[in-house]
Design a protein around this ligand. Structure first.
Ligand SMILES: [Zn+2]
Length: 485
């Protein structure tokens, strides 16, 4: 059961004492997988680690709009682990509310945020506009967008970029450095060195952790963690084992072989960041192996096209980074359709493999492809990621006979395939392997960014394998940092 408490921010101002020289308050991703936000306080400094959006569920909008009880003018810094909106999506809101300080990121996160935050702001604006029109017709007051593109641009101007491994000052008594977390371009775990003199300790925030080297075509594995007194670790798949990548790719190959021999078209809904690049790599490999004829793959998502370009520029985060030019493999003769006209022209062709966003069929161009092809039994629809809650993707995977697409009821006659091995998140064994590489046992581990099932499973596994103290904080809970106990 996902909890839905809205954290009101730190309950009272923090005062350093004999008992604690610093405090962490969990403001989001505490018992759920979105809204990542942790408030770190010493007697002299205040820092936010991540400021992500809550996504999905009825309360998400209210939680995103909630006042965090922070004095934005007194906040010293925001440090981002990566650009996914559930970690960085509320940064423009902080700026709209008066935050003028630095937003520390890696170069990859800064560039990806340039795409994702502007897109998010655009969606906020058009959703608010649509809702306001509806409300006006009912004689009600219009609504304001969560934030605007102007807010997003102002936020981006406050970004400060740092190289992996280099220490940087965050606040008078806090410094930090980024470590590779795998996961997506620019993703980092953040090591904080807090306090001074004898009252000093290190806090490690894992961010979202990626896969082992053998389980990704694109991303490098997370680097082994440095020693830390306190560790906040994600637990999205803390209770699960992912399917092996090699067998997943084999299954994809078999689907493509069958579809191509029938002259059928294959639709692949993908997330523009990460999944699109990962799948392109596997398609390139299958093409080279002769499973897929050249010139069949289409990347039909302007955002995925831009993000793929970024991946090729920031090769240091990627597994083949030392081999320039091949860091993201793409199929020969890959067609990239930027304009709506090019996208619609695909309706007149067959024998294609069309990658399009969004990954859960909740928006984007995949919708018009579904409308055009989902009702045909010769279409193959291949899901490469988890389909959440009440999304159209989840309905199709769940066996719905019809779904609503662009205001129309469409029959589901296509052959639907779900491939399980492409996750960008570490599974239980990979999380344990990462933790197990800590040079010494931490004083305390806090499980964040996981629903109760995920973190309960991980807590039990940590207890069994490592025997370390583990907490599962709820929104609003605190962790006191003390070197005395
Ligand atoms: Zn993420």
């Amino acid at each position: 059961m996902t909890q839905s408490r809205v954290a009101k921010g730190p309950r009272r101002a923090f005062q350093a004492s004999r008992e604690a020289f610093a405090r962490v308050t969990f403001l989001g991703a505490a018992g759920e997988v979105t809204g990542s936000c942790f408030h770190l306080e010493t007697g002299r400094s205040q820092v936010l680690v991540d400021l992500g959006m809550f996504q999905g569920g009825r309360e998400a909008d209210a939680k995103n709009r909630a006042r965090l009880g922070l004095d934005w003018k007194r906040l010293d810094a925001v440090v981002l682990t990566h650009a996914h909106l559930d970690h960085a999506g509320r940064v423009p809101l902080a700026v709209a509310r008066g935050y003028r300080g630095p937003i520390h990121t890696t170069a990859g996160t800064r560039d990806l945020s340039g795409i994702l935050l502007l897109d998010s702001a655009h969606i906020q604006e058009s959703d608010a506009e649509r809702e306001s029109r509806r409300r006006r017709r009912r004689g009600q007051k219009p609504v304001e967008p969560l934030y605007t593109q102007e807010d997003a641009r102002a936020a981006l101007a406050q970004f400060e970029e740092h190289a992996f491994q280099d220490w940087f000052d965050v606040a008078p008594d806090v410094r930090a450095r980024f470590h590779h977390a795998g996961h997506i371009l620019g993703a980092a775990s953040v090591e904080f060195d807090i306090g001074h003199g004898g009252e000093r300790g290190t806090l490690l925030v894992s961010g979202d952790l990626g896969r082992a080297e053998s389980q990704s075509d694109v991303m490098r594995a997370p680097t082994p963690p440095p020693a830390a007194d306190w560790v906040l670790v994600e637990s999205t798949y803390g209770d699960r084992r992912h399917r092996d990548l090699a067998s997943t790719v084999e299954e994809l190959g078999a689907i493509l072989k069958q579809a191509m021999s029938q002259g059928s078209t294959v639709l692949v809904p993908v997330f523009a960041v990460g999944r699109a690049q990962e799948v392109l790599g596997h398609l390139a490999h299958l093409e080279k192996a002769g499973v897929l004829p050249p010139g069949r793959v289409v990347l039909d998502s302007p955002m995925a096209i831009d993000v793929t370009g970024l991946y090729r520029r920031h090769s240091d985060c990627l597994k083949r980074g030392l081999d320039p030019g091949v860091c993201v493999r793409i199929p020969k003769g890959l067609r990239q359709t930027r304009t709506p006209e090019e996208s619609m022209a695909l309706n007149r062709e067959e024998g294609l493999v069309i990658l399009s966003a969004s990954g859960m069929c909740e928006g984007g161009r995949i919708l018009h492809h579904l409308k055009h092809r989902l009702w045909r039994s010769d279409t193959h629809l291949v899901f490469t990621g988890f389909q959440a809650g009440r999304t159209t993707g989840a309905a199709i995977v769940g066996g719905a006979r019809t779904v609503r697409v662009m205001g129309e009821t469409i029959a589901v006659k296509a052959k639907v395939h779900t491939l399980g091995g492409f996750s960008a998140h570490a599974d239980q064994s990979e999380l344990l392997d990462w933790l197990g590489q800590l040079p010494q046992p931490p004083r305390q581990v806090a499980l964040v960014h996981g629903e109760d099932r995920g973190r309960t499973g991980l807590a039990a596994a940590i207890d069994e394998r490592l025997g370390w103290p583990v907490m599962q904080p709820r929104a609003g809970d605190e962790l006191s940092l003390s070197v005395r106990s």
